[in-house]
Design a protein around this ligand. Structure first.
Ligand SMILES: [Fe+2]
Length: 354
């Protein structure tokens, strides 16, 4: 076998609990992880509990332009503070002993902590016992967090991705539809890998898209990788994917697709277990694009069908990893799957840093 035929990741990378724990520690704690959409926290006081690297995290809308992230545990007994998305008004109150926090995470009530009517016993300072904050970055409509506080500044971290999006004005994007796929029975990496290689498109999506393989090329640029297709003639129909497109991912879990002339899509991929990932896609129109409700519905249905085709494949990839024949990984095309190879190399490098 020639040296440029690479093996994929071994099965355990997709199925093993120890590998999963290492990913939590070395990938999801140390990088900028995509965790949500800014527009979903509409009003001041909206809170959204999420899980990142197997830890409970809380997003809080403090004001029009400010979203805070905290560890989602009460400072008193470390109970998970918020268990569902809601609006809390001004105050987040722990259901256990009514310890309360404002939207900046300051502890503002610790009732009877020192005895009846003694709320602040000697040696206890509320201002030192607020919620533990987490580094957060809002980039356009997308919320990223960095748990270990040591990742590069986001602008530097994401610069390879910015470079490939230069021709799109992300300042005026309008979310028009959300596709919540719920839990998919596949490892998070299969969803990324599937998204960034163009090899499968002609086979898996033969009825939903018309983007010939020969027009595709892959993109590998540091922690950004993906594929693209440039077409000479664009379809003008709102429900066609026969348009010039880019499919990009920023390590580890951010996915963005751009579809000429006026549409983008962003995927939120949240790892739940080694074999389960929650996925959601938001469809945006850029500033020059207007679509009627009927056309948006067509678009939504088209994307739903395309992604269901992908999910079916990713679920079968996961099952395939139970075979002893799959132990050492499959094979990767040196041409069409070099983007997958690049992603897997970063995964392995991250894991080996432990
Ligand atoms: Fe696909």
């Amino acid at each position: 076998m020639s040296n440029n035929i690479f093996k994929g990741l071994p099965s355990k990378a997709y199925t093993d609990k120890n590998f999963w724990a290492k990913e939590s520690k070395n990938i999801f704690e140390k990088n900028w992880v995509f965790v949500g959409f800014k527009h979903e926290l509409k009003n001041k006081g909206d809170v959204l509990p999420i899980n990142v690297a197997e830890q409970p995290i809380l997003l809080i809308k403090e004001s029009e332009n400010k979203i805070n992230a905290f560890h989602n545990v009460c400072s008193h007994r470390c109970l998970k503070l918020v268990d569902k998305a809601k609006n809390v008004g001004q105050i987040i109150s722990c259901p256990y002993h009514a310890w309360s926090y404002d939207l900046k995470g300051n502890l503002v009530a610790s009732p009877h902590f020192g005895g009846t009517n003694n709320h602040q016993p000697k040696g206890f300072l509320r201002k030192k016992n607020g919620l533990k904050s987490v580094r957060v970055k809002i980039w356009h409509d997308w919320i990223f967090i960095n748990l270990n506080n040591k990742a590069l500044p986001f602008e530097k971290y994401a610069s390879p991705l910015f470079k490939h999006l230069q021709n799109i004005n992300l300042k005026k994007i309008n979310p028009v539809a959300t596709l919540d796929f719920g839990n998919i029975n596949t490892n998070w990496k299969f969803l990324i890998e599937n998204y960034i290689e163009p090899y499968h498109v002609q086979f898996v999506h033969k009825t939903t898209t018309s983007q010939p393989l020969k027009d595709h090329y892959t993109i590998v640029d540091g922690r950004c990788y993906g594929s693209a297709v440039d077409l000479n003639e664009e379809s003008t129909s709102a429900d066609s994917l026969a348009v010039s497109s880019k499919y990009l991912s920023l390590f580890p879990n951010f996915i963005i697709g751009t579809y000429y002339p006026g549409q983008i899509g962003v995927h939120l991929n949240i790892p739940v277990e080694p074999g389960i990932t929650h996925q959601k896609r938001v469809i945006y129109l850029t500033e020059d694009m207007q679509l009627k409700k009927k056309e948006i519905n067509k678009l939504r249905n088209l994307w739903w069908d395309v992604h269901k085709e992908d999910h079916e494949i990713c679920e079968r990839l996961q099952i395939g990893r139970l075979s002893s024949a799959a132990k050492n990984g499959g094979l990767l095309s040196p041409h069409w799957e070099n983007s997958v190879r690049a992603f897997q190399k970063i995964v392995i490098k991250s894991i080996n840093k432990s």
